[in-house]
Design a protein around this ligand. Structure first.
Ligand SMILES: *[C@@H]1O[C@H](CO)[C@@H](O)[C@H](O)[C@H]1NC(C)=O
Ligand SMILES: *[C@@H]1O[C@H](CO)[C@@H](O)[C@H](O)[C@H]1NC(C)=O
Ligand SMILES: *[C@@H]1O[C@H](CO)[C@@H](O)[C@H](O)[C@H]1NC(C)=O
Length: 487
């Protein structure tokens, strides 16, 4: 019943015992009995796992970084862990996930909220507005098959619920291994499709606590979830694609994306799409019918995506090519891929050379999830409600120029509609709460509504990748809300 800690390449991490904890050592060294150079760990819930860690300062040149894998049987999940720039010994821990599914969290790390950003294809430079300014930050490539995470014999997962088991195991083992973090406040955050995954993942982590306590281990101190430009409810989002292309386009000060005739045609498809999704995916679930409904809705709105009106669907104020690969609109993604495919980088990070091909977004992972109708087969906001009822706070923020997981500058559609549909004991406090401006200094940075543990905030002048577009504003949202309880 032993999980061996295997060390590869790089620096061998502190072979200290729990008793040595007070001695000088990196703040996040694993505490494990030493056994002939192999660190043996036992975890009552997860018998067969290992942890492979390499230490470096690769990103901003100063921050201590741990990269590597947590091996869960035949699944190998790759992570980057950065100590806080402020006080790693007491600061909270935040997990960040990108979406897709199949999108590597390297997006978040190297172009949104990490300690460094790409400086061309060959290296990185310090980034001043990183979330590790005051948080210990963890980036995870998931589900397995994404980024550097891999499976030995095709043990992939194709749904949020399936993936949530791996995430709960990962989190339990991570906190067990980096024992200095035990009991530390933990926040689960992510973007886009992760806005759908995070509530379910967080519920799994919360539920697991009873088993951890029963086994004599510290529970995970899950404090909050944060969803950035989340596509939490795809039915609401899909229907909003009518509003946003036919009614609220003027919000963005750019010409209408559709003709009057086209809008009148799409308008009739909205209730049909809604009825079909509701009937076959929500009220009852029949995978074949649900997939057919999804395909009907995709056809109904496909002109929107196919149309090259010269603007970026991830940020309607920016010119870009039509909806192709994201790296067409954000060339920095090509730099991320070049950098992570570089053998020198991989050696620094301790990447397993047998599984070293990095793609920023693995389309075949996404295809597996699509084939399973994961995007509409359950209401992720019910997990938000269940977490709120258990004292886990929720923040939903959205960059207003995003069409994909949208809001609009002047109107409540998409994401905010989803929050108003969350059911929990204190939902009236949220629904009745006034919408007010929030500011960075004297400058209005967006709108906020807050009540009953839930906060919804818009961020002006930002698209789908809000921390990329407005890092200072998002850092302020996170600082105010995570650390000080409200905005
Ligand atoms: C542990 O996992 C490895 C990798 O899948 C497998 O080869 C091995 O048989 C497992 N051992 C046990 C005791 O389950
Ligand atoms: C990156 O490195 C390659 C290989 O050393 C070199 O050819 C290229 O000029 C470098 N690019 C930049 C932008 O520095
Ligand atoms: C992408 O995911 C598939 C499983 O869906 C996997 O077989 C493949 O190896 C992954 N590709 C990369 C480059 O990791």
């Amino acid at each position: 019943m032993l999980g061996a800690l295997v060390l590869i390449g790089g620096v061998v991490l502190g072979l200290t015992s729990v008793a040595d904890a007070a001695l000088q050592r990196p703040l996040l060294t694993p505490a494990s009995p030493k056994l002939d150079g192999l660190l043996q760990l036992e975890h009552p819930l997860y018998a067969n796992y290992s942890v492979r860690v390499t230490e470096s300062q690769f990103c901003d040149g100063v921050t201590r970084v741990y990269t590597g894998y947590i091996d869960l049987e035949a699944k190998h999940l790759f992570f980057y862990f950065f100590e806080s720039r402020r006080d790693p010994a007491s600061d909270d821990v935040v997990l960040w996930l990108n979406g897709g599914p199949g999108g590597s969290s390297a997006h978040g790390l190297f172009m949104e909220n990490g300690p460094c950003r790409m400086a061309g294809p060959n290296g990185t430079e310090r980034f001043e507005h990183s979330w590790n300014d005051f948080l210990n930050t963890l980036y995870l490539d998931q589900p397995v098959g994404t980024g550097f995470s891999y499976a030995d014999h095709g043990e992939y997962v194709s749904s949020t619920y399936e993936a949530s088991k791996d995430i709960a195991a990962f989190v339990a083992i991570f906190f067990h291994h980096f024992d200095n973090l035990k009991g530390r406040k933990f926040h689960m955050t992510g973007e886009s499709y992760a806005g759908r995954m995070i509530p379910v993942f967080a519920a799994a982590v919360h539920d697991q606590n009873a088993r951890l306590v029963k086994a004599g281990l510290a529970p995970i101190n899950l404090d909050s979830i944060v969803l950035g430009n989340g596509c939490t409810n795809f039915m609401i989002m899909t229907l909003s694609y009518y509003d946003i292309q036919c009614e609220y386009q003027q919000d963005y000060g750019i010409p209408p994306i559709q003709t009057a005739q086209e809008c009148s045609r799409i308008k009739q498809l909205v209730p049909r799409c809604e009825r079909r999704l509701k009937t076959s995916c929500i009220d009852t679930y029949d995978k074949t019918d649900c997939l057919a409904s999804l395909s009907f809705c995709a056809d109904a709105f496909k002109d929107f995506w196919a149309k090259d009106d010269g603007y970026n669907p991830h940020d309607r104020t920016l010119p870009c090519k039509p909806y192709m690969g994201m790296d067409e609109c954000y060339p920095i993604i090509k730099d991320i891929s070049a950098y992570l495919n570089n053998p020198t980088t991989q050696a620094t990070l301790g990447v397993d050379l047998a599984h070293s091909t990095f793609v920023a977004h693995n389309g075949s992972v996404q295809a597996m999830w699509e084939a399973n109708a994961d995007r509409v087969s359950f209401r992720a906001e019910d997990a938000i409600g269940a977490l709120l009822d258990r004292g886990v706070r929720a923040l939903v923020y959205v960059g207003v120029n995003d069409f994909v997981c949208n809001w609009a500058r002047l109107s409540s559609i998409g994401t905010e509609r989803m929050t108003l549909g969350v059911e929990w004991a204190q939902q009236e406090a949220y629904r009745r709460a006034p919408v007010r401006d929030w500011r960075v200094g004297d400058v209005v940075a967006g709108k906020v509504r807050s009540g009953g543990g839930m906060t919804f905030a818009t961020v002006l002048d930002a698209g789908h990748l809000t921390p990329h577009d407005q890092p200072v504003r998002v850092l302020e949202v996170v600082r105010k809300w995570l650390l000080n309880g409200d905005m």
